[in-house]
Design a protein around this ligand. Sequence first.
Ligand SMILES: *Cc1c(COP(=O)(O)O)cnc(C)c1O
Length: 398
Amino acid sequence: MKQHIFLASPHMSEEGYEQQYIKEAFDTNWIAPLGKNVTEFENEMCEKLGAKKAVALSAGTAAIHMALKACGVGRDDIVFCQSLTFSATANPITYEGAVPVFIDSEEETWNMSPAALEQAFEKYEGLGKKPKAVLVVHLYGLCAKIEEIASVCKKHGAVLIEDAAESLGTTYKGKYTGTFGDYGIISFNGNKIITSSGGGMLLFNTEDAAEKAAKVLFWATQAREQARWYQHKEIGYNYRMSNIVAGIGRGQLRVLERRVEKKREIYKYYREHIGNLPGISLMPLREESRSNCWLTAIQVADEAGVKPLDIMKALEADDIESRPVWKPMHLQPVFHDCDFVSEIENLHIVDEEMGADNSIAGTLFRRGVCMPSDTKMTKEDMERVCGVVRKLWEREDV
Ligand SMILES: *Cc1c(COP(=O)(O)O)cnc(C)c1O
């Protein structure tokens, strides 16, 4: 029997660090959404990444929500959001009654196009509207053009939030993603590069980081005023990370570099073993950036003769998990009424069935496959995956 190969599954430390931290929590009876593991996890993350402040939360989605609240995003405010991403990036914008405007990607980084972002500011300022925040994503661990995007934000007086949920460990010019924007968010969901079984963190990089972090902590713990009785002046949330979950996170953080190394090896293996098949290209790694290569995503050209779906089906038949590239938010029925800004003129649907258009994001979605990138994969597993893919091309050749 062949073993199932996962897309990306939890991979606890070889040393069992996670269980040591959990045991400590049990021994001291800190089985609560506070305790030493939570505080230390925040401190250790700040130290590792070079963030000013961090607040551990129940999910990356909660961290995005809190970041938006911290920048004062409220009803009818406009937030510019990368279209090519997971829905968790965009959903929290609506929690506060704000309005997302989606921005197209660029081919070079797959992430938000700085030129399209500039175009969006000009359009909305022309309408007399001033967007409050920009949400950029480092998709699959690929670093966005973060310096360019930061300077567009600065020019127009908007706050920059980096969704680094998929890019923990990715650096640009030696600096970690999540520390370039005013705020950065990380996720420890089960499929991310390190996991706490579920959880997230909000990073603060502004001058008033301590003050902002205190405010987020207040909202995330039910917005209780300092009083002898239960007094509330604002709506609160139950978003704090538990001490048990934080224990897993602390253990995982100690092996982050090891996981990045392995993910990068997986990327290189794919590049060497399927990267030269006609019509296949791998996601682009930027110079001056070290990607964590969370998932190796590929593009299959229309001329390849093999379709992305053929690859996914062939892998599935061999008990190997793969995934499509995220379907852009501007193509989602739930965001149907939202505006989308792209450098491409003449936007139109190219694939009716998928609902994909000719935007950059739409094309990356239509041609994309996320290859299994599980850090527990052996050389034999990777060879098995590549063998399935190569076979499809051999079939095409005859
Ligand atoms: C996973 C993910 C999130 C959400 O994180 P959760 O911890 O699952 O809430 C947000 N944005 C992106 C791009 C993600 O991949």
